[in-house]
Design a protein around this ligand. Sequence first.
Ligand code: C2E
Ligand code: CA
Ligand code: CA
Length: 568
Amino acid sequence: MDSKPIGALAIDAPVLGEDATCGDIQRVFRRQPRLSGILLSTQEGIALVDRAAFDALTLRESRETAADRPALEVADPNPLVIPDDQDLLDASTHVLERRGPSLYEDVVVQGPDGSVRLVPVSRMLAELTQLYRHQARHDVLTGLANRTLVLERLTAMLSRAARHGGLVAALFIDLDGFKRINDTHGHQAGDRLLMHVAQRLRDAGRTHDLVGRLGGDEFVLAATVNNVDDLPGLASRVVDALEEPFPIEDGPAVRVRASVGVAADDGERTADEVLRLADNAMYSAKRTSGSGVAFAHQLPSSPYAASASDDRAMAILLEQALTDGTLRLAYQPIVDLETGALTRVEVLARMPLPDGELVPPDRFVAVAEQSDLIDRLGRWVLAESLDQLMRWDQVLGTSAPAGVSVNLSPLQCQDPHLPNIIGDALNRAGIAPDRLWVEVPESVVTLDDPSMRRALSELDQLGVRVTIDDFGIGDTTLGRIAELPIHELKIDRSLISGFMTQPSQRQVVRMIVELGRVLDVSVVAEGVETGGQVRLLRVLGCPAAQGYRFGRPMWANDLRGHLTELAS
Ligand code: C2E
Ligand code: CA
Ligand code: CA
């Protein structure tokens, strides 16, 4: 809020001639009860009859004596006259420096054409009070709320949340490398950049959101949200807003990354505490997070995964999970259909949310593929599965699973470093290569990409086993399958769910089993849920199966219990 010209506060006032009498003045005041002063145009210039002073005088004298007195005798011959375009703040210094009886008198403002009007001092004081209040609560450079107002408004938002429900999200935003921009381009450029950031944050917020600057390159955005599910989306809105490079006068536009810490509260905590939580989260975002976003650990628990609809938000969640080490692996038994023994387990990733809900991999693996997180996710899954196998070896000895099957996403299969990554992981865990099975979706094989071919044969040389996952629904030609160095076909779930009732599907399953025999590779039926399916698979000669019938995906400890039971 800028200060305005004093003329903006002026009101019209009657101007009488210098021969006016006190009786004339009285009549005007009586007609206009709210008028605080009357001007007299004199030879020297302008005189002012102040209503309060005039009333005091005429009270003392009888109306008759007063009526004929020249008005000039009761007027201030030297009122304060200020050009009407003078800034209110400058004008106010003159007013406040006045002494004596004219202290509370109206101020005369004069236009460029010589016309005069009055500014009541009460109006000026009201305006100044507002201005000072505003300035005490706003950042001078950007016009955003400053720390004082941020705390005030955040407090109000929190108490509203406590009364009416909902959550208040506070995002603590800190620019990375701002000091460098200040140093290389000068403080003016730095200031302009901060103003741009302020504008982008304003635009990113909705009408009732609070955007403030806490000082330096620290900003805050606070918003009322329905539940914690909304937080990742909000965070990604802020990150997106700052993504475009910022114009800098003396050079090419600069990119400014921001670190964002997110806290949320339902009104339990004070504004100060919520800001501190967001601040701490911001520091952990700076240290660890590639996306630039981190969440406070003290989020009120509630469903969280609705932001699954927003890919960017999901990427932020996944990255947070990878960084915090909260991602988990579930293991599902693969059994030998002849003996019923567990031979291997398939590793299935799960992303737990603060309330314990699990985000299924279909959702976050796709997102990981679109960002550069797939590499981190893949390495983590691999290392963790092999470690787990080693731990099972230690506690279970010969009843430990013979191997683990790890899923590879299409992108991972095309990564030229894949064989190295896998080789390193095996070495580190001390696991024999033939105990690791990797599941490659049939769709990847159909693509027939040369880098995929190379990766498969390098894996084969390493001694790692390859399964074609979701087999039987794509259009891989038999000839191609025969050419590839693979060790297992996994019959797609959809074929198994339909093959009891649909002869054509039964025929496909039969052919896959046959193909396995011819190629001398293993065949696993996936998604086996009923005893009827098991019997039919046995009839068809399918050697192995996996599905709820034999065990749902379970945590490592539960699987251990399962195995000990089987062994006893
Ligand atoms: P997939 O490889 O086809 O994995 C089998 C899916 O079928 C799993 O779903 C499993 O929970 C489910 N399932 C197992 N038995 C049954 C059953 O009897 N009936 C039914 N209806 N479903 C059954 P999940 O765990 O949700 O995994 C989905 C997909 O996500 C997997 O499909 C896999 O392609 C992918 N995935 C899982 N973990 C990872 C990972 O660590 N890395 C990569 N790249 N992808 C993964
Ligand atoms: Ca699989
Ligand atoms: Ca599958």
